[in-house]
Design a protein around this ligand. Sequence first.
Ligand SMILES: Nc1ncnc2c1ncn2[C@@H]1O[C@H](COP(=O)(O)OP(=O)(O)OP(=O)(O)O)[C@@H](O)[C@H]1O
Length: 812
Amino acid sequence: MSNVDVHCDNGAVRIIVRERPVRDAQGFEEDSSSVISYLEGTRNVLLADGRPFTFDKVLGPNASQEQLFLDVSFLVEKVKQGYNCTALAYGQTGTGKSYSMGLNSNACDGEFVGIIPRCLREILNTSLNNALESHLRPIELNASFIEIYNEKVFDLLSDKSTDPISSRGYKYTGGTRKVLKSLEDCYSVLLQGNKNRHVRPTKMNSQSSRSHAIFTIHINTFSGNGVLSTRLNLVDLAGSEGVRRTGHQGMAMSEGVNINQGLLSIGKVLQAKALGHKVVPYRDSVLTSVLQDSLNDNSYLTLLACISPHRSDLSETLSTLRFAQSVKQLKHSPHINFIATDIKKNRLKTPKKPLMTPVPAKPPFSKNTINMGIKVLKPIYHSNTFCTPSKLKRYANADKLNRSEIGLTPKQKKKEQTGLFQSCVSDLPMVHSKLLQTNRESTIIMDKSLDSRASIMSLNVSSSTVVGNDGIASSKVISYSPVVRKCMVEIENVMDSKMSQLMETLKDINKDNIQHRSEIMATPWPSTGDSVSAGPLPLALRNELKTIIQEVLKENVKSNIKISDDANRSESILLDSSLLRNDPKCQLFATSSPVFKVPSAPNKELNSSANSFKTKQMSLKVMEIDEEAKRYKTAIRRSRRISAVRGEVVLHSSFNDLRGQGCINEALRRSSRISKIGAQTELQRANDSSMITLSSMPRKQNMSHIERRKEKDGNGRTKQASRAHNNSSSHINEKVKKSNILKHRAAVLNLLNSGSMKELQVLPQIGQKTAYQLVTQRTLNGKFKNISQLEKLTIWRGSSWTRFAQANLLID
Ligand SMILES: Nc1ncnc2c1ncn2[C@@H]1O[C@H](COP(=O)(O)OP(=O)(O)OP(=O)(O)O)[C@@H](O)[C@H]1O
């Protein structure tokens, strides 16, 4: 189509205003002068009773149907490229909506035919012309024509057009689709639809539409691997009307009310979208439910606002113009609708592939594929938070397609795919584990986000191509899962703060050499020249590497200060990259990926053996603190749960010392709380306040903590951990331990006898079901006298009793 108006911009939402000619006076006292005027030399500004309004295009009363179509034909171009498009005629009754859309005439040809027949003719002509060429892929053209009358959907192309196909509360599933192969088909479709449409004469319009009509042209372009499915929705909304002016009563009045209701809801939807509301009230009316796909961001929208020139209609005209202005606020970003049918088939046929080995598939469309005389463009794949293997495969296919189209050699492609896609994905967990060992702050940050296996599994990368308005792929984007993104940002922040701390330290130590050092710090990391290094992931890895290196530098600077004391201070703290190369952490990165190389050594070298030792010590210390921190967090979580049962308020401050004293003290506290829950019973009320037992934690867990502590004693542990261990081991001798266990068992039994279902679930291995069964047994058979009575209950399945008893220290 070469006749796209040069004045059209490429915005996804366009507003065209058309003024109808002055009406003949038919029962009205019409003023022949128009309240609408236009600014000389402009095509987009009009004055309504002196008030200026700016739109994409304004058409005066003398504008022809051809002129109007020139502005709308932009949509035909877009729909051929693979985008969904919608043209919406809105305005007061009798202002020429149906006339402009072409629903008044039953012809497809002629000077006065409107938008719909012209669009049909244009699309059909292109398709017929192209069908003559043998290399073209098959195209299918269909039309559907529905109307929404009194909040019900009617299929105008169906034999039973008087039966509604959908009403409020039911999802509209579409109407009859008629195949369009010739102009005759288009003609018969229009004729049949118009014949079935609800029309009623009003005081304002002898042929007033009483329904909202939606004419849809469906275009399916088939390809080897899928189908490019697009729609052009041409909507003729019923006119807004005042009951007083139409003079309607009864049925006609209720029609008017429903029409206004639909228009109001469409206004609400567009307003909500324009204001960026998260919840858009699509379901407020049948009209908005049906138009949901057309009004969403993924479509080109053109609003044709029809206005009247008469002063008597001024308030309606102003209201229409304001509505049009609010629609202009919408920000749509349409993308091509490619449905890769083969992917669905493949998912069923082929076994699941491992996550990291996507199998390249034949691109669904190539650059040279021509459909309907236009180049079919690349589909967009949106990144998802969590990638299933099949999704990852789809992304990999899209990635390959996009790469093939940007002209990379097969060798480069392979290198990129294996180098960037796979190595980066597989490197991420490794980087994460290295960070865990080397950077305490990063570890805590990562811990926050990656504290579950599921999160670690979500460290996926997906790629997508951004396609511009002109349909050309403008850039390639690699997206990471939110977890990875969050970590990257936080790590970057940590790095920044460390950097500035380091610079401060350096500044204090040697002001003269500061510039030299900053230069070294700012030196870009050398690249191997591999294209991989330019990708965003290597940058992220590089940042992480830098973080680690900053750590090492900082440690080295500090240790050097101590070693060299005052003598020759400036010499000793001079930064040297050989120091980095000698450091085991840096070596690890330097060898793991060819992307990273430690900068070549400048002149001076420092003996780093002392530093390495200190670094190792620091790493061990960091690991210990991390474990402590994890236990601390777990302890707090469990304690909160226990407290919540009794409605206790747990002050965080009371747990602060847990970090230092380890989990044994915490276990004692928790056990004490279990006892307190049981303290509500009459029997144990007196004893409970002094009852402190060893632990309500699983025995295995408890033992493993102690054992781990013992192990750590040999390897060097934190002062806090040592203190906690010494305290606990000195105080808990065998005798006390035994009596504590007995007390603990009594407390558990007491809780089982008196606790509610919710309270019982505080105990390990007691879920909702077991708690319910225990309470039922207790109610039926009376309180449990001892542990063996508990054991004999029929509620335990398999090894559930053993697990419960062990977890609660009820058996030795
Ligand atoms: N630009 C125009 N040029 C010539 N005639 C027009 C123009 N606009 C409207 N008309 C005439 O005005 C009359 C009413 O137009 P039309 O039925 O299209 O209005 P409408 O907005 O669809 O009204 P309703 O909402 O009640 O259906 C028709 O007879 C139509 O021919």
